[in-house]
Design a protein around this ligand. Structure first.
Ligand code: ZN
Length: 139
């Protein structure tokens, strides 16, 4: 774990010996390489949280499979091209649904993308006094 600039980064790796090919379903233990996937997660103590998961790329050993290599996925945590954990994704969808019902309200959340990106979409001046902001504490 490391903490810097308002972000908590949790480092993890997969311990399984094999990966499952998403195309043929076969198991492979032939590691082709490793890389770090960074997934934004729900905030901890109001700080942005990132999971830095070291995942492996395997070679599929099934000779009739179309996949040459594949990246392992962590059940319940990763999916191809995902940038958020399922927990954060569910939270964001809930917020989006709530915001759709309250036009003009914008949350102030510790989300990935940094303050600049969040400021673009959630400028304080846009929130009227008395707070219709979804992420703000009640006044
Ligand atoms: Zn395969």
């Amino acid at each position: 774990m490391e903490r810097a600039a308002g972000t908590i980064t949790l480092h993890a790796r997969v311990r399984g010996a094999e990966g499952m090919c998403p195309r043929c379903g076969g198991a492979s233990g032939r590691v082709h390489g490793r890389y770090i996937r960074r997934l934004a997660d729900a905030a901890i103590g109001g700080m942005k949280t990132v999971l830095a998961v070291t995942v492996r790329r395997f070679k599929c050993v099934n000779t009739v499979c179309e996949a040459v290599t594949f990246a392992e996925q962590v059940a319940g945590l990763t999916s191809p091209h995902a940038r958020y954990t399922p927990v954060l994704r569910t939270m964001l969808i809930s917020i989006a649904v709530a915001m759709a019902a309250r036009a003009g309200a914008r949350p102030h959340l510790p989300l990935p993308g940094g303050d600049r990106e969040n400021e673009k979409t959630a400028r304080r001046d846009d929130v009227p006094p008395g707070g219709s902001c979804l992420g703000c504490p009640p006044m």
